[in-house]
Structures are given as C-alpha cells and as structure tokens.
Design a protein. Sequence first.
Length: 78
Amino acid sequence: MTAGASPPQSVSAGLVSARSFLLWRVAEGRAVIGGWRRRYRYRHELARLMRTGQHLIEDIGLLREHVEREVAKPFWRP
C-alpha cells in the first residue's frame, strides 16, 4: 500500500464493524451500571425511610415486609 492510500474495503468495513460493536458494548455496559445505581439509590432511600419514619412507608402504600426484602437485596439483583 502506498502512502496516503486507503485500506482495502474489506479491512475498513471490518474496522467499522468492530468499532460499532465496541461502542454498542460500552453503551450496554453503561446502561447496566445505570440500573445498578438506580437500584442502589432506591434501596438506600427505602432503608433511610425505615430508620427515620416507618409511617412514611405505609403512606406510600408499601408493606414493611416488602421493604425489608427489597432493602436486603444486593444492588445488582433486580
């Protein structure tokens, strides 16, 4: 290949495909981590409500047993 020449079509198509796949995987990873963060914050807030104002849990229509089960889950488990 001479200087300044573009790579063969199959090579550049493969690079575009690999780049697209990598970008898709990164976006997928970010979405998973975002879900983990939302669940962590939600469960953390439920735990705070259980400590400070259990009447608030009933006010929003949740049962204490359900809240305890939800708070006990690790952030990665839906």
